[in-house]
Design a binder for this molecule. Structure first.
Ligand SMILES: [Zn+2]
Length: 166
């Protein structure tokens, strides 16, 4: 794992960003613990697995349709899977914070609360999607990467978090 310390990547509010084991960090070196390194290592495995899945699907499509154009799938499919995981968290119950945002408010205030609610849905979908959950739940397990199942993240699609204020 190579860590690049800088002031610009990732966006404000995020500490680390991992691209195929190249990690960008806004935080200084002394704040990067073994726990965060293990967390990022899990993301590395996830990204290589997504690339592998995308490569197989793309090559099969290239063969079926006799066109190299489907190799673009290698780039598109990993993002498509990530976006799908994100949308599962955003739009399939248990819902996010709807009660605390909307309950007991008049119609006008309910309308005004929509952007706040969407912001919370967005943050929850980022924090709770299966990729982030696998990394978070196992970052303190020293042996995780020895025993990890292939595509360990996929199991977390089924094990969804309970949330407060459904
Ligand atoms: Zn993460």
């Amino acid at each position: 794992m190579k860590i690049v310390y800088n002031k610009y990547i990732p966006f404000k509010g995020f500490g680390l960003m991992n691209i195929l084991d190249l990690v960008f960090s806004r935080r200084p070196e002394n704040e990067i613990t073994l726990v965060s390194k293990r967390h990022e290592k899990t993301h590395t495995y996830q990204q290589y697995e997504l690339l592998m899945i995308a490569s197989i699907i793309s090559l099969v499509l290239c063969n079926i349709y006799a066109s190299w154009g489907y190799l673009l799938g290698v780039l598109i499919i990993p993002f498509a899977i990530y976006i799908a995981a994100f949308l599962i968290e955003a739009f399939i119950p248990p819902y996010h914070n709807a009660k605390e945002c909307f309950d007991g408010k008049c119609f006008c205030n309910k309308i005004k609360a929509i952007p706040t609610w969407l912001g919370k849905v967005w943050m929850d979908a980022y924090r709770d999607n299966c990729f982030e959950r696998e990394a978070n739940m196992n970052e303190r397990n020293v042996n995780y990467h020895i025993h990890r199942r292939w595509c360990g993240w996929a199991w977390y699609i089924l094990k969804r978090n309970k949330r407060k204020g459904k």
